[in-house]
Design a protein around this ligand. Structure first.
Ligand code: PNS
Length: 160
C-alpha cells in the first residue's frame, strides 16, 4: 500500500486542487492532504482550521483520503506519518524550477520519500489560490473556479 502526501497552502482550495486530489486518490491507496500551518503568511485569507474544514467537506466520501495540517519541514512530516510519496501539481513550465528545487531538497532531507508530479488539467491550469482570492476580494464571481464549500466560505469571509 502506497501512502502519498499532497502538501500545500490551500488558501483556499480551488478546482485545480480538487481535480488533482481525485486523480492522486486513484493512484495511491492512501492520500493525506497536508495543509501548511502558515499563519504568518501576509496574504493568508483563511486560517489553517478553516482551510482544513473546507477540504474535509470536499473530500468526504473519497476512499483513502484524509486531511491533516503540519508545520515545519515537509520532509520531517512525511517521515512522521510514514508516507513514501509526495504529490505535487504542475500547471506550467513556470512551476517547474521551483518544484524541481523542492523535490531535490526534500529527497536529500528524506530519501525515503519520492516526489511525483501530476500535470494539472488544462481547464484549471490558469487557476491559483492567489488569483481566486484577488478576484473574490474585488467581488468577482469565482463560482466556476472553486468547489461549493470554498465559495460559501468566501462569501462568509468577504460579504459584498
Ligand atoms: O500550495 P503551496 O503554497 O505551493 O505549497 C507549498 C508547500 C506547503 C508545499 C511548501 O511551502 C512546503 O513544503 N513547506 C514546508 C516547509 C518545507 O519543507 N520547505 C521546503 C524546504 S526544502
Amino acid at each position: 500500500m502506497i501512502h502519498a502526501v499532497y502538501p500545500g497552502s490551500f488558501d483556499p482550495l480551488h478546482n485545480g486542487h480538487v481535480d488533482l486530489i481525485r486523480r492522486a486518490a486513484r493512484i495511491y491507496e492512501k492520500l493525506t492532504i497536508a495543509v501548511l500551518h502558515n499563519e504568518a503568511k501576509s496574504n493568508a485569507l483563511f486560517d489553517t482550521n478553516e482551510r482544513v474544514e473546507i477540504i474535509r467537506e470536499v473530500v468526504e466520501g473519497m476512499e483513502g483520503v484524509t486531511v491533516d495540517s503540519f508545520d515545519g519541514l515537509l520532509a520531517d512530516y512525511t517521515r512522521e506519518i510514514g508516507a513514501t510519496v509526495i504529490v505535487k501539481g504542475l500547471r506550467a513550465i513556470s512551476d517547474f524550477e521551483y518544484e524541481l528545487q523542492m523535490a531535490h531538497l526534500n529527497r536529500q532531507l528524506n530519501p525515503n520519500a519520492e516526489t511525483t508530479f501530476i500535470m494539472t488539467a488544462t481547464r484549471w491550469s490558469y487557476v491559483s489560490s492567489t488569483r481566486v482570492k484577488e478576484l473574490a476580494r474585488y467581488g468577482a464571481d469565482v463560482a466556476k473556479l472553486v468547489p461549493r464549500a470554498t465559495l460559501r466560505r468566501l462569501h462568509e469571509k468577504l460579504p459584498h
